[in-house]
Write a protein that binds this ligand. Sequence first.
Ligand code: PMP
Length: 386
Amino acid sequence: MRPLLMIPGPIEVSPAVVAAASGPPPSHVSAQVIEAFGESLEMMREVFCASPSSQPFVVAGSGTLAMEMAVVNLIEPGDSVVVVNTGYFSDRMAEMLRRRGATIEEVRAPSPGAAPTVAEVGEVLRRVRPIAVFTTHVDTSTGVKIDAAAIADLGKDLGILSIFDGVCATAGEEFLMDEWGADIYLTASQKAIGLPAGLALLMASERAMMRREELKTPPPMSMDFHQWLPIMKAYEERRPSYFATPATTLIMALQVGLKEILEQGMANVFERHQSVADGMRAAWHSMGLETLTDPHLVANTLSAIRYPAGLDATLVSEIAKSSVIVAPGLHPECKTEYFRVGHMGYTTLRNDWLETSVLAVSQALSAKGHVNSLDKALEALRAHIG
Ligand code: PMP
């Protein structure tokens, strides 16, 4: 039996997405790719809750490329930036900014699973007055979700660009890009968007696009908004064009994946992720497990769960014996102390998969001598997911 993939990305995808991603590779200038690309860009604005004037980019690559595109198109050597650091992926963003030659001030979480307060971020932004503030919406290493609305609001008030890494959040956590006034929201295809890995997705506000115009140090060619803008415009106008070959098979799948999300309605998508996360957390708590994440900061897209006393990372391989794959910890300071279960995207629509995951964790705990009740865990889950 093929194991069920319950890591925080890549995730299980829908049968329609599998079908769309399985066809013979089409040309990048074929009518079907032009239509799929154009429609996907239009749908992206809705999924990202972005304004009609914002600019979507879809480029072959992963979330890391999307992060770097944000860095090199908005920042140049000598610029002052602030990084709100909640874990492993904020460290990565800071390193990219350092390599671009920015002067960085970090507002760091006091410990893994925590986050700086909005007041702390505001104090630093008022003192430093940077060009931009970079924040990880959901840090996949700790399960921490930051108050993105409040940080975007600070950016808007102070005239500071706000950039959010939504790789573990976009289409899973509420993010109202237009309403909140955020400048970049970026993600990758293999998370809540519900595709295989291979696409970097990024939405830029008008302010962000204007910032690119001001740069004196151009970005590397393959990441430059200037190179990609005419291509994105052409696809939206349903015209063929070429700068660098797009991942055509994944573009066909993107059209299907985004359509499936929009058919549910964004408000329902966010609500469903909330119910599923509540249910999964209730199940873990009923087994006597605790989250690594501060309960006020828990994300809806994954659970970061501490091993109970006496257990260690061998629990992850014990869980795999039930054909469910979960992920070990990732935060460098405490990765041996917890494991992670992803619950985002198409997975949230499959109660059977959520139950199978709870069952696998329960059985593994029992096998390791940690007493727990599967019935109670399933009851706790079902109370939330219906
Ligand atoms: N940011 C976050 C929050 C992530 O979760 C990830 C991937 N786990 C990345 C960035 C990097 O994305 P990728 O692995 O697709 O390059």
